[in-house]
Design a protein around this ligand. Sequence first.
Ligand SMILES: [Zn+2]
Length: 488
Amino acid sequence: MINRKYFLRILWITIWILAAHINILANTYYEGEPKNVKYVFLFIGDGMGHAQVSTTEAYLAALKGNTGFEPLNFSGFPHIGQSTTYANNRLITGSAAAGTALATGKKTNINRISMDPAATVPYETIAEKAKKQGFKVGIVTSVSIDHATPAVFYAHQPDRDMYFEIGIDLINSGFDYFAGGGFLIPDGMWNDQEVNLTTLAAEKGYAVVNSAEAFRNLKPGNGKSLVLSPRTAGGASLPYAIDTHPGDLTLADFTAKGIEMLSGDEGFFMMIEGGKIDWLGHANDAASLVREMIAFSEAVDKALDFYHEYPENTLIIVTSDHETGGLSLGHVATKYETNVELLKYQRSSVEELNKIVAHFRVNQSGDSEEDFNRMLRALEFDLGLHNRKYGTLLDDEEMAVLKELFMTTVMGIGTEKGSYGYSEPFMAKAIEIMNKKAGIAWGTGSHTGVNVPVYAIGTGAERFTGVIDNTDIPKIIGELMGVLSSEF
Ligand SMILES: [Zn+2]
């Protein structure tokens, strides 16, 4: 069926491409050569493969009662390619090595933060090159600001787990705008003194902002700024999109503020990471993932607004470092059937659902049958395993499997009681059942080695088509910005 909105979107994109080309021709005619790109947005959906995009688009269509795809804003970009992801020493990469490739144009070993495989030589990053050439630089993420993907743009460390040292590198980078969750290791020893990273950042001239009001009041006149989310979830990250409360700051808010802070004649390079798409891939939680993807695309919307104002100088790239979870839009049990709409009934992320399990473990009534029935009601409501349209979704066999897991891993009958932290086997099974009902499967709880999509719009966007290596991405950006040196 023809989707009118989709056609309108294609139409305006076409108009903008034509307008941009006419502009380039005009510039070529008058100035002899095309203008360099002045404003660059590099969006990295951590763990975002093709299936993450397709599943979200199928979900958006299903919400409207349609079969098919409701395109995300970046799916409509005029230039689309794909990128390899493999690391120097492993086919299936990790965020540090993949990020180093995207930031420096060089492959390295797993866990390195913009250093060579032997961890002796720092690799200069596209963000550092841009800064040196007078561009303003912004680094934005939905996870902690010292996590691997943001870190590879401003830090040089042998291991991604050296969070405190990465935080020191952040402060010393002198970059103009940082926005993210918090610091994972905020206190440590530096130059024989005990320091707190937030305090040190303020001493070094950063306007440190960690309330919604201060965020609203933050203006370009405040100079270099470090924005930390007023409310954080596990791992000093922003809450998952599905768990967001009204008034929480979002990745889109951080992106819009970044544009406000960095805009000007100098031009800017801004990296924006949707970091928790990856976490939900690790947890195999599809309903939370599609919401996280939508929040990521809302951040892209802010860049598109800017692009429409400055189409001839702006470049937006939306890509990923690797796929996470081996996500499959299709399930062996449901064969050719899907019911992606079911995902809308889930109200909480795996993180919040695990807290419910932990609550039942420590607040047992003494009647485990009754506890299971109460747990079941929580599952029906928060996971969406019961709803008005479909009734209860659990069949007898699934109910038996869940009960068995509840009795052993939550009530502790027949096994040791204990906390499972990140992963609760009971909830993992319940979410797996929910995903199966929707027709969605996962191949792994880790990363996969497949190529990832690259979407581009703006000046030079056509350079990102075809199959390219992940190391090509910063090289092409550097060329277009005119910040390349012999080192690259
Ligand atoms: Zn990653």
